[in-house]
Design a protein around this ligand. Sequence first.
Ligand code: ADP
Ligand code: MG
Length: 356
Amino acid sequence: MNSVRPLLSIKNLEIDYPSRDGHGRVTAVKGLNLALGQGEIGCLLGSSGCGKSTVLRAICGFEPIKTGEIVLRDKVVSSLSFHLPPNQRRVGMVFQDFALFPHLNALENIAFGLQHFPSQLRTNLAMEWLKRVSLADKANAYPHELSGGQQQRVALARAMAPEPDLILLDEPFSSLDIELRERLAGEMREILKANKITALLVTHDQYEAFAIADKIGVMTEGKVVQWDTPYELYHKPANRYVADFIGRGVFIKGVVQTNNKVKIELGELELDKDYSKDVGKEIDVLLRADDIQHDDHSPMQAEVVRKVFRGADFLYTLRLASGVEVLAFVPSHHDHAAGEMIGIQLVADHVVTFGP
Ligand code: ADP
Ligand code: MG
């Protein structure tokens, strides 16, 4: 029995827009379902145009919906026949560019959303929120005097200050330096958790999603194809799309053996599911970049096709004897050139498989 009622639940949501040629409508979101518990951080992850921002706008109440429903704290806020206005939803939003008021300092930006309080209380509360995002010393600074990460924390404090039931964040890291993003995602997670805030963010970057979210919904073409913990998404992808999208890997062919193992070009691997009815059949095996290890002394050889430097490691693309290409993370002091043969070994113990 599911005893915890979700704070946000979306059922069978469909949203469409007028098509650009003015004739008919185009579907942006279709058959989308998700449920987010009190205090959880959820993330919609998908490539550009898959409908992420549309979903956030619909939760805020800025976008009418075609079918389905959006429920907040057991109350339907959007359905075919009902639309609660945005200002009555108790939902806060942080935009991609933070949208701070340039002529207001950090303290005033946060106080802006607290206009229903008397002036002194407003200032005190705003100061309290500045402290919670570790920016007490920046109260008088204007947005242009703050770094990107600091502006983002002000935007977050401004959204949290009115104490909404839910905070929505649309690609909150995309205008910041790539090297900063993962760290800031971790910091933002700590702030949200410390203040027991329920949040839903959207991003196209899986590493950001991993760094911040309790639950991730992989989206494509207006649908959530899997809503799960980061661990489950990585280790138990529901379908090939998710398997391909999450992590770095390739599918290679394997043949099911009698001992519930699958034989691939590089050796045998333990199967996660019962394949006894499929002995002798060909299946697809997902080999991730961390399933193959470089070992100078291994007799099994592969040719370096290309490599991408990632700091601590390289992502090597390697060609096996059969011509099949696989990926491998290799510590970056192993700097082999394209065309070179290097030793590898299989280190996966069980793997993701699809088919036959
Ligand atoms: P994402 O945030 O994942 O990039 P969006 O929700 O912005 O995706 O857009 C989903 C789809 O809806 C896209 O095909 C986009 O072109 C279309 N779309 C978004 N907003 C509008 C609009 N106001 N009018 C018409 N089409 C739109
Ligand atoms: Mg968007």
